[in-house]
Design a protein around this ligand. Sequence first.
Ligand code: ADP
Ligand code: ZN
Length: 758
Amino acid sequence: VAARLIAVAVPVPALDLLTYRVPELLPTPVAGARVVVPLGKRTLTGVVVGEADQPAADVTLKDILRILDETAFLPADVLQLTEWVSDYYLAGPGATLAAAMPPHALTNRVDAFRNVRLVTLTAEGHDVAARTAIGPRCAPDAALPHLGTRQREVLAILQGSPDGLDSAALTAHGISAAVVSRLKVMGLATIRQERRDRDPFASGSAALTPTARDLDRVLTPEQQDALQQLRLMAQARRFQVALLHGVTGSGKTEVYLQLAEEVRNAGRGVLMLVPEIALTPAVAAAFRQRFGSGVAIQHSGLSDGERHDQWHRIRRGDVDVVIGTRSAIFVPLAKPGLIVVDEEHDTSYKQEDTPRYHGRDVAVMRGKFAGALVVLGSATPAMESFYNARHDRYTAITLTRRVLDRAMADVRVVDMREEMAEEGPDVILSRALREALHARLEKKEQTLVLLNRRGYAAAVFCRQCGATIDCPNCSVSLTVHRAGPNWRARCHYCNFARLVPQTCANCAAPYLERVGFGTERVEAEIASLFPGARIGRVDRDSVRRRGSLTEALNRFGRGELDVLVGTQMIAKGHDFPKVTLVGVISADVGLGLADFRAAERTFQLLTQVAGRAGRGVHLGEAIIQTLFPEHYSITLACAQDYPTFYAKEIEYRHAMRYPPVIAMINVVVRGRTYEAAMQGAADLASRTSAHANPSLGRFVILGPAPAPLTKLRGEHRAQFFLKGTSRAGMRHAVREALKELPEIARKASVDVDPLSVL
Ligand code: ADP
Ligand code: ZN
């Protein structure tokens, strides 16, 4: 009999599929099942991908040790999707499978992450009841001779709870597990185990304050048209992509909801991706309100246990609507008929670790495999998506007006060069913004203030010798944060931190000065200008603790804060009807970056944040401070003119040969020294170009060159780019080069369709 061979993906980076034998005593595991396998001296849990071919004769194969699942843990379509992801993004199959799995499904701690077992203890039926009932007539000791006092007390407590007590209640009564099991052994009590899923909506991980809304809102004519077009597409029951381009406040969520309901009623599943659940509370709350417990959520803000339970609810088929962040695209939802990607332009859809996938692009593939309608929604579509719509790959559907004829915010630009000439170089809030803020505080209306840079000051420098305090591990200067009475300097890449010293480490002069400013400083500035104002701040530093972001947003939503200062986090998807003023402190923060997407990012951020103003009954106003008032990303964001922005930007992308006009792959090679990194990158680049295959399409290689962040977490970095029209040819060449240079491959990260090239 020929040996049965299977291909297994194990969660080890850069490792290809491995071949194992199934020993005689075990059945052949199905594709998608988890198996325990030996690897070197280790034992690992992997996933069966399928049958394997007999390898070259001289290879000795090992046996699998155990089969964990009789049926597929990952359904076939999800397995197919992960295969596509590892192929397209040049990531190891194991790393990709790990990304698709619920927490700990591939660790040896599987058992610890079974759902919480609810121990229910009931006094053993009639028996105890009868004995207790005769209690008054006989001495208890005679009825139950061998019981201790505590055991008798516990029985009495149980008697009063005919439905039993769960483990939490037992703990509350101070009843230990030992007493319970003694009673069980004596046949006086039973223990029942029930699965009780941890509910993130109840625990606070996703406790969103839903905005009051009626379920059957009358759609505006524009919303109706959009819904009708989408409905027809969904009814066709085949793969199609719609780009729903709707200005901020045009009511896209309402359209998704009604469409989702129809798809679900037609017996198919709905998958909705949002960039970050806490940042799109209106969407999550609206889905929960409409679909109740039939909706599962999946995102990284949940505890591992909650995520695990939600995942298993989906896999059991208990839910037909899933809302989640990018990794939710891999959930085992049966028969998806609709996949919505809300705020599809958002960069948080891109995973910045291997596999470096883009949630939106994976969503499109999942739709393709499932024969589903994919809806990409945004007020500021990604250049890629609009380009696809222009080239008839996607169907564009447009919402040009806000609901209820609300006006777009009135946008004013303040030229900070003039402001500085008048007010001095240290001015943070312009006179216009100060006045407008003052007026809002008087009228009890709310204000959002955006500065896309966190910390108190951007850097510390010595006025005598010009030295800055730099990170010892990364090629950046440290950002200054306030830490009680002290100043702390911290690296935003590796988190290295130190107190700011009194004197310069370089020249010993006591003239250290803080330069530049971030959100902490803006918060302090507003507090000192308006002592009575209630101010909150939202940035990565202020929301470290789980749930604190939701909490801050909810407080603002309930009107307990007058002003919310924050980074781009405050620009996303929120619907705060009492906000009538949006201030942008330095609109051009992103324009200084060596990134071909800088203008696109700036345009998106400004358009989105200006769109947060005036979403209620009052008119909205936005004040945008900048040093480059004539830059097209700023002027066109002020005019909320997406089509003109796209036209200008695509011209630039054509001229410079940048995506979406061509495709790009970025390869970064790390090294212990600068020379090692550069040499590794040069070797990999030359092998890559040796594998160019004109029949698969041409490409060019740019570099190698030091990466903009030449040092990161103690390692030096060099990079090169591939640019071309055929991803297949480019991927082929990189894949072959990595295979030939396994040493360098271990130090390389490959980014297909990179979003950030720093
Ligand atoms: P978008 O996501 O397009 O920016 P939202 O979906 O957040 O817009 O909708 C903006 C606001 O308008 C929300 O408060 C929403 O509840 C409300 N809204 C949406 N559709 C309607 C409608 N047809 N009638 C009244 N209010 C609506
Ligand atoms: Zn650092």
